[in-house]
Design a protein around this ligand. Structure first.
Ligand code: HSE
Length: 437
């Protein structure tokens, strides 16, 4: 039986996610009321233009351009408008007015989460954001709640669907990067500014959010190391395939212990990397996302599903809405995120990983010894070397594919620098990190 007063829900934004949130809220009204113990009354939808093109599920009479007035009378505000402003100001106002806020806005959280969480804490309101990372995939709540008693060691995610689609098409069909990008554009996968996807900005925002939660610390987006997929070549993809790997754009975060190079901290980074074909993340095809978590007691976990899309993102928003609404009905303070660990975000030079390096060298005596000497000088141990010969008659050159053991990124960078200035090396054709070995 429902005894609590109806809860007033304000929706900011009526795009592809907002339309689906409104539809689900209205279509599932009775079911949601039964789950929460109170009716969820959609009191208004703030939009920029009343006459814009909209989903037919949106009741026109709920539209308003006065977002500020709308949030003032709401119990719960759902922000799905995207962008930094006016979303940031409206969320602040909503929290200060005592409303709980649900947002799907990764850019806003990655840039201003500390400020917004501080406001929420001051007034005892809640800020929920399951939809901000990997849409329908539950990953915020597992990190915030299910794993709250464990210690996360590392997260490795495919959190950008469009780049995963592009790399998958290059791998499975041998497409060029350009051709795969055209397909992704036609399918509507890329952001309006494709740089956000292909240069790794979108994934960097998401890993900053996950790293903060996983390691109970603030991770500044500007400290996230970021490399995109724009220089990945069909030759690298083919070589990966031949050697039992696949190239994925990975978003990684992990805790790094203090060592001779400095204090303990957190590393958060985005780059294309080779992963073994038998690794669970290698099976993530097309535009799907997955987040692979390693925790001390839980071991390895993988969360998989759709990382974008109107109804998929709306599913995560509705989950947050039910949690926020239940808190109103039951009362009491909700969850507060903890940033007690206060760890610095460390530069890429502090991480330990391995590299695969492809070189074109002169096919002459002593060349292999010279190359091996460069690795030894920088204390990087070589794990595998494969050699193939091209142009046997004129101007003989050899292609070397060298895999290293794990080493500090600073040492691996020094090796690449030394190789590039070595007389025996004609060119470095590929340098790529290896993860998940
Ligand atoms: N551009 C993003 C992606 C959309 O490709 O995954 C979801 O954040």
């Amino acid at each position: 039986m429902i005894e609590y007063r109806p809860l007033r829900i304000a929706l900011l934004g009526a795009g592809s996610v907002g339309g689906q949130v409104a539809r689900l809220l209205l279509e599932n009204k009775n079911e949601l009321a039964a789950r929460v113990g109170a009716e969820l009354e959609l009191i208004g939808i703030a939009v920029r233009d009343l006459n814009g093109k909209r989903d037919s599920a949106i009741p026109r009479e709920l539209l308003t351009t006065d977002a500020e007035a709308l949030i003032m009378t709401a119990d719960i505000v759902i922000e799905v408008m995207g962008g930094i402003e006016p979303a940031r100001t409206l969320i602040r106002q909503a929290l200060l007015a005592g409303a709980d806020v649900i947002t799907a806005n990764k850019a806003l959280l990655a840039n201003h989460s500390t400020e917004l969480f501080d406001v929420a804490e001051q007034v005892g309101a809640q800020l929920y954001y399951e939809a901000a990372v990997a849409a329908a995939i539950p990953i915020i709540r597992p990190l915030r709640e299910s794993l709250a008693g464990d210690k996360v060691i590392r997260i490795m995610g495919i959190v950008n669907g469009s780049t995963n689609y592009i790399l998958d098409r290059m791998d499975s069909e041998g497409l060029s990067l350009e051709a795969a990008m055209v397909e992704a554009t036609d399918l509507g996968y890329l952001e309006a500014d494709p740089k956000l996807d292909v240069e790794g900005y979108d994934a960097a925002q998401k890993i900053a959010i996950l790293a903060s939660l996983a390691f109970h610390t603030e991770v500044d987006l500007n400290s996230v190391h970021r490399e995109g997929i724009t220089s990945i070549t069909p030759a690298q993809i083919a070589s990966a395939r031949e050697n039992g790997y696949v190239i994925k754009l990975l978003a990684v975060c992990e805790k790094i212990e203090a060592d001779e190079d400095g204090e303990a901290g957190v590393s958060a980074r985005v780059y294309p990397a080779l992963i073994p074909r038998e690794h669970p993340l290698a099976s993530v095809r097309k535009a799907f996302n997955a987040v692979f978590v390693e925790a001390e007691a839980a071991g390895e976990l993988m969360f998989y599903g759709a990382g974008a899309g109107g109804s998929q993102t709306a599913s995560a928003v509705l989950g947050d809405l039910v949690s926020a609404a239940k808190r109103h009905v039951i009362g009491g303070p909700g969850l507060a995120d903890s940033a007690h660990a206060d760890l610095p975000t460390l530069p890429i030079s502090r991480i330990t990983t391995s590299y695969q390096i492809a070189l074109e060298v002169k096919d002459q005596p002593g060349v292999l010894a010279e190359v091996a000497n460069i690795f030894a000088t920088h204390n990087v141990s070589v794990e595998t070397v494969e050699q193939s010969i091209a142009n046997k008659r004129q101007n003989p050159t050899a292609q070397l594919l060298i895999g290293t053991h794990d080493a500090k990124d600073s040492a691996l960078t020094a090796v690449v620098q030394a190789l590039s200035s070595s007389k025996v090396v004609d060119s470095i054709t590929s340098v790529i990190r290896v993860e998940g070995n």
